[in-house]
Design a protein around this ligand. Structure first.
Ligand code: B12
Length: 152
């Protein structure tokens, strides 16, 4: 555990949410934050254009039950890769579930390959298209159930 890490008893599962370093869109982030809160999560929303170092600092300070990256500017396939590589390189974050969602490419025909590449790079799920939100809800419930099982 990092010396900077806060020790706490959590009543709710906790997530760090942010966008990629290049993405300035914000309504997607607000949507995901509200969706998670409605499903019983507590969320720190770091906002748009999140530098990788900021995401790491926040996640190491208070190790989350999930990290969520939302990006819609079409550069996710490049930018989200540097994010997951940095997260997985931190020993205390290496096993934290990390989900990516939104619009990750500028062309839909590249999306399937991009999803596979990003999962291979370390994401637990890359959620795009019409099934993204229902799939995300069920992943939230799964991770929250694991959190409830660990609660004292
Ligand atoms: C509003 C808007 C802007 C505003 C943003 C204001 C703000 N404060 O956010 C402004 C004008 C600033 C803007 C700028 C740009 N934009 Co813009 N923008 C839009 C627009 C019209 C709406 C986005 C929005 O707010 N939607 C509402 C939210 C709630 O929905 P959403 O973002 O689609 O998110 C949904 C899903 O993607 C999903 N989702 C998102 N994240 C996640 C995460 C998880 C885990 C899950 C499960 C689901 C999920 O759930 C949400 C609800 O269904 C879209 C076009 C469109 N109609 O979607 C373009 C769009 C996103 N923009 C686009 C582009 C290219 C840009 C610019 C790069 C343009 C430019 N050349 O400068 C810049 C971005 C610069 C940058 N550095 O990122 C493109 C992206 C291309 C792509 N992905 O294929 C789009 C799609 C327009 C287009 N058709 O070309 N934009």
């Amino acid at each position: 555990m990092s010396p900077r890490c806060i020790t706490e008893k959590r009543t709710k599962p906790f997530a760090v949410l942010g966008s990629t370093p290049s993405d300035s869109h914000t309504w997607n982030l607000l949507f995901v934050q509200l969706l998670m809160e409605e499903n019983g999560w507590s969320v720190t929303n770091l906002g748009a254009c999140v530098p990788v170092a900021m995401l790491l600092d926040e996640s190491l300070r208070r190790v989350p039950d999930m990290i969520v990256i939302s990006t819609v500017n079409g550069h996710g396939v490049q930018d989200a890769r540097q994010v997951i590589e940095a997260v997985r390189a931190e020993p205390s974050l290496a096993r934290v579930p990390v989900f990516l969602g939104g619009k990750i490419c500028v062309a839909e025909d590249h999306e399937r390959d991009a999803v596979d590449e990003l999962v291979a790079a370390g994401y637990d799920g890359v959620l795009v298209g019409g099934t993204a939100v229902p799939e995300f809800r069920s992943r939230l419930a799964q991770v929250a159930a694991g959190h409830a099982g660990r609660r004292p």
